[in-house]
Every structure is written in C-alpha cells, then in structure tokens.
Design a protein around this ligand. Sequence first.
Ligand code: ADP
Ligand code: ASP
Ligand code: MG
Length: 413
Amino acid sequence: MGLIVQKFGGSSVAEVEKIRLCAKRARDAREAGHDVVVVVSAMGKTTDRLIELAREANPDLPKRELDMLLSTGEVLSAALMSMALQAMDLPAISFTGQQVGVSTTDSHTRARIASIDANRMRTHLDEGKVVVVAGFQGVNRTGDITTLGRGGSDLTAVALAAALKADVCEIYTDVDGVYTTDTRIVPEARKLDRISYEQMLELASLGAKVMHPRAVLCGRNFNVPIHVRHSHRPDEGTMIVAETPEMEQIVVSGAALKSDIGRVTLAGVPNTPRTAETIFRRVAEDEIFVDDIIQNEIGSGLVTISFTVEHAELADAGPCAQRIVDELGNGTVHIDVGLAKVSVVGVGMRSHTGVAATMFRALGDADVNIRNITTSEIKISCIIDKADGEKALRTVHEAFELSQAPNQTAAAR
Ligand code: ADP
Ligand code: ASP
Ligand code: MG
C-alpha cells in the first residue's frame, strides 16, 4: 500500500461526465489499497474565460484581484470531483490550496511555492478519505490568494507528492504520454516510455506544454517519479525519472517549438563591467522572465545586448529597456516580435559531436533563416521567424529520425 497523487488537467475535467471518469481512476487506486490525493485543474477553458471576464471589467488586470478570480476555476473542479467521488460511495473531501497549507511567495499570478504543511491532508488520508485539492493556487504571507502561473496545477501535484513523500505523481492529460514532440504539429512523433528529469525540464522550458517546467524541477529536486498518462485511456504512459547511463546513447530525444517570442535589443550601450548586471537587475526588479541572452561587442567601447521573452512580457519589457538605456546614458532599444524558437534536446549531445551541424543543415535545406542560436550541454535552440515555426519543427524532427525507435536512430553525422 502506497500513496499516489493523481492530477487531472483541464481537458480531462471539462464536463461532469469526464470528472466522473477521472473519479473512477481515483476509486481504482483506492481499491488497489493506496492512499489517494487528487489535484484538479479548472474545467476546460475556464481559466481563459475568467481572464476574458477580468479584461472586460478592467483592462489593466489588477493582479491581486485576478488571482482571486482565477483561483475559483480550480475550486469549482475540486468541489465537483469530491462530490463525484462521494456519489460512488468513496469518502472524499475537497480543499483550496490555502486550506492544505500551500504557502507561496508574494508575487501574484506567478507565485512560487515556499512550503506545504502536509498535516491536514495526512489526517484526512488516515481517516480513509480521498483528499481533493484545487491546483494552481496558494496563499502568500499577507494571507492573499496567489496563483502559480499558467499550467501551474502540475506544480501543485508534484509539490504535494514531494511534501507527502508519495510513491508516484500521476499526471493525467489529453495525450497518452510524453512524445518526441507535439503530435498536433508532427503526427508521426513517437511516444517515449521513459525520459529523464533533465531532458523533460529542457523540453518543457522550450515549449512542450505537456508538463510545467517548475513541476519537473520540483520532481527532480525531491526525487518524485512522475507518470504522464492519458486520463481516459488505459495506456502505460511515460515515466519521468532520474537519468540512467543508457539514456546517453540517444543523441537527440525530443524537439520542441516555442512560438510568440519577442526580442528586446539594447544596442550600443557602454561596454563596462557593470552594464550586464545593471540591465538584468532592473529586468529582475520588474519581474520580467528572460529566456535567452545574447551579447555582442560592437567596438568603440560599446556593446549590444539582446534578450528574448514571451510576447506577454513585452508590454513590461519595452518600457523597462528604455529606462535602462536612459540610466546607462547611451544606446537605443529595438523590439522584434513574431519570433519562435525551435530546439532539440538530448543527453547524448554531451558525448556526440555534429548535432548542431545536422540541425543547421536541415534548417538551411528547408530555407529557414536562423536569427539567433543558443546552446546548453543538452540542447540546441534556434530563434527563427514565427511563420517558419511548424515547418522548422517538422524538419528537425525528421533530420534526427525521431519517429523511429532509438536503436534505429542514426547518430549525428
Ligand atoms: P492539461 O490540460 O492536461 O494540463 P496541456 O494542454 O497543458 O494538458 O498539455 C497537454 C498537451 O501538450 C498535449 O495535448 C500536446 O498537444 C502538448 N504537447 C506539446 N509537446 C508535447 C510532447 N512532447 N508530448 C506530449 N504532448 C505535448
Ligand atoms: N487552470 C490553470 C491554467 O489554465 C492551471 C492549470 O490548468 O494547470 O493555466
Ligand atoms: Mg497543462
């Protein structure tokens, strides 16, 4: 007998009938003798609809009030899930994030989990109940409701699993596991049986929506096995686990596309030891999430520094960059919109050469212009025009033969 955390995403709980199917999953786990904690997302597109309503009420979207509003989506699902479980004669109780002690940092709409008090959940689990928790939310030091950023119910689930020392965190979604890339763009993508936390973290950060990056990070930090599965199909899914030596044999494991990227360039700012520090301190003070940073010396004591952000951040990033240039006393700000990022990820890159060449050749053959390149130990990313995004993803997926089983995959040439 163990403890399982099951998380059901928005599309899995879009209607009461679907909630009932998810409730059956929880019942099966109970009947197999496990303690069960269920984490739910808001039903279907509820969060998007709530954001639209908020925009109607106040286009400035005041963040504290937005969190009050958005948190209700998950609360609704939690109450319905608990009712559905009780209707199956299974004792169950629903809670908000606050009620189960999910304490977060202060920042509204993108709070981080600071701690979780597992005692209340434990008491109810010990009484034989299924504990149902509203995902995506917590409470900050001032007692205000916060949310964890879009897709944040994944993080609630993995963090609860860590706090409760669960045996596994099951992420139930509308796809039957983690694929080599998004099957909506590349239908021949292949399902992976296992993937390491590091690779999943890169893929998630680079656009693979199936898991929230911070949820993967939390799983890695607390060693929580994560099992991604289809909510209404029996298939085995994908295990996200610690890296094993044989994973290094596979040069590229997956590819991802992130659309709607903007680039902020501070051109011709002074080339001094404090310039980069000043820029990114100010950017951090404004709580702007930076993706990649690119710096080039342009001579005459000047340097050009660019950073990429998601489009949503541009409203804050543009004015922030202008204030920085004014503070530095020299330079101009340029904003590029309509960019995308295509990436390949694989731990095998550490020990194989030629991966970058294969990727660039494939993109070149497909006539995709590369605007910037960034690399890490296990990924290569190219900033491209958004219009080329899907073509580029299909191209790199094919170039690395990702739809074929790994033992047939050619190493980078
Ligand atoms: P949920 O509502 O359950 O949280 P999401 O929509 O957030 O579900 O994530 C699931 C979606 O992620 C899938 O429908 C799929 O289109 C997308 N996705 C992107 N990349 C991948 C990938 N590599 N593997 C599986 N799904 C992916
Ligand atoms: N409901 C929230 C969202 O749509 C959180 C989640 O689904 O994980 O982003
Ligand atoms: Mg999600």
